[in-house]
Ligand binder design. Structure first.
Ligand SMILES: NC(=O)c1ccc[n+]([C@@H]2O[C@H](COP(=O)([O-])OP(=O)(O)OC[C@H]3O[C@@H](n4cnc5c(N)ncnc54)[C@H](OP(=O)(O)O)[C@@H]3O)[C@@H](O)[C@H]2O)c1
Length: 229
């Protein structure tokens, strides 16, 4: 198990990102918390360093990930950005930029992406993005952008990248520390629903970074029986 890592989180102020920052800090890792508008001071932990960086700015990203005289280089970068409205070109471009820099620096990349890239339970030929049971027409473009992001990872031969597809529903909730892990197919929990709290998703992110598995596409689902209220 890897301990005492320096983990960069790009999208650190987001719903997922801030929970990944908290989970990493709580486990004793150093965290570089990157976003365009970082908190000027991060009261959460002295191990968290907020850094202003735009995912479109490759020089700023390289500088942040490479470290400096006062700060070590990142061992891994978690990419968890999202735009409203969805911008597939930006997402694929930013992902490629992070993969390029990480490959040059020998840094592992962990992408928190979308559920649409997964296969449907019960029908392996049907991607979740094309399955109206999970993806209504009004969020199809979001699901398509997630697939473009996964393809960008898969096409980058030089990068060491893991893409985590959440279950169908991902929202703030309780940290139970438990979840079920799979690979390329959407998981359904014991209650018949596909969901996980962002807190438990962050647990899964850190588990995978500390103890890397062999899979480049993974997914998770809640472990318990009770859906969020
Ligand atoms: N069921 C699902 O499949 C599901 C559900 C929810 C989320 N997700 C995925 O989880 C990931 C994270 O989503 P979220 O809900 O946490 O997003 P979010 O709350 O909207 O946060 C987005 C983050 O991205 C940062 N960001 C946006 N544009 C940026 C840029 N140009 N440069 C640097 N940082 C930028 C934002 O910070 P600044 O604005 O300060 O830059 C913010 O920290 C996304 O990939 C999303 O698709 C999947």
């Amino acid at each position: 198990m890897k301990t005492g890592m320096t983990i960069a989180v790009l999208g650190a102020t987001g719903m997922v990102g801030r929970r990944v920052v908290d989970e990493a800090g709580a486990r004793g890792h150093q965290v570089l918390a990157l976003s365009r508008k970082p908190a000027s001071e991060d009261p959460r932990s002295p191990s968290v360093t907020p850094i202003a960086a735009d995912a479109n700015d490759s020089d700023a990203l390289r500088e942040a990930l490479a470290g400096s005289a006062s700060r070590g280089a990142a061992d891994a970068v978690v990419l968890t950005v999202r735009t409203m409205p969805v911008d597939e070109e930006f997402l694929a471009g930013a992902t490629r930029t992070v993969l390029d820099i990480a490959a040059q620096l020998g840094i592992r990349v962990f992408v928190v992406g979308g559920a649409g890239a997964l296969r449907s339970p019960g029908d392996r030929e049907l991607l979740v993005a094309d399955n109206p049971a999970y993806v209504p027409a009004d969020i199809k473009a979001v699901a398509a952008a997630g697939i473009a992001q996964l393809r960008t990872c898969q096409a980058h031969a030089a990068a060491d990248c893991v893409y985590l597809s959440p279950p169908a529903l991902l929202e703030p909730g309780e940290r139970t520390g438990r979840y079920r892990r799979g690979t390329d197919t959407l998981l359904i929990g014991a209650d018949g629903r596909s969901w996980i709290s962002a807190e438990d998703l962050a647990v899964a992110v850190l588990d995978e970074l500390e103890t890397p598995g062999p899979d480049h596409l993974i997914t998770v689902v809640h472990h318990g029986e009770h859906p969020p209220a």
